[in-house]
Design a protein around this ligand. Structure first.
Ligand code: FES
Length: 137
């Protein structure tokens, strides 16, 4: 499994770019995995398998911009709880289940398996606003 590489194999389906990040048998039940793009810690996804189905979200928690969601608690209601301060997000929508905590949500990406490979929609690069601000100075 490649965890940090610029050379994920790619293919285009319905006008969207998908990248092959792993083999199917490398993503086991109820364990999170992270994949980093272009060696950039602001550009990460997390993948989970629950009851055989795969889910893919942005790995960076909107609470404190920490990249630990892949180590989160996987819940039976298809949510994942950040291990740092326990904000919980839907794996289907990316929404925080407690909107009183915050309305910022995670990006959710399409993911599928084909011929023993896991393909995920290539995520959009969305560096945090504070980083863009600092790079301009
Ligand atoms: S960093 Fe995830 S809940 Fe605080």
């Amino acid at each position: 499994m490649i965890e940090n590489d610029n050379t994920y194999p790619q293919k285009i389906l319905d006008g969207k770019v998908f990248v092959n990040v792993a083999k199917s048998n490398e993503i086991v039940e109820k364990k999170g995995y992270r994949f980093i793009f272009y060696d950039d810690l602001d550009f990460q996804i997390a993948i989970f398998r629950i009851n055989g189905s795969l889910f893919c979200i942005n790995n960076i928690c909107p609470h404190r911009h920490q990249d630990r969601l892949f180590e989160g608690i996987i819940n039976d209601d298809l949510t994942v709880t950040c291990p740092l301060h326990f904000w919980t997000y839907s794996l289907l929508t990316g929404r925080n289940v407690n909107q009183k905590q915050g309305i910022r949500q995670l990006d959710v990406y399409k993911i599928f398996e084909e011929d023993g490979l896991v393909w995920v929609e290539k995520p959009l690069y969305q560096p945090p606003k504070w980083r863009i601000h600092n790079e301009k100075e």
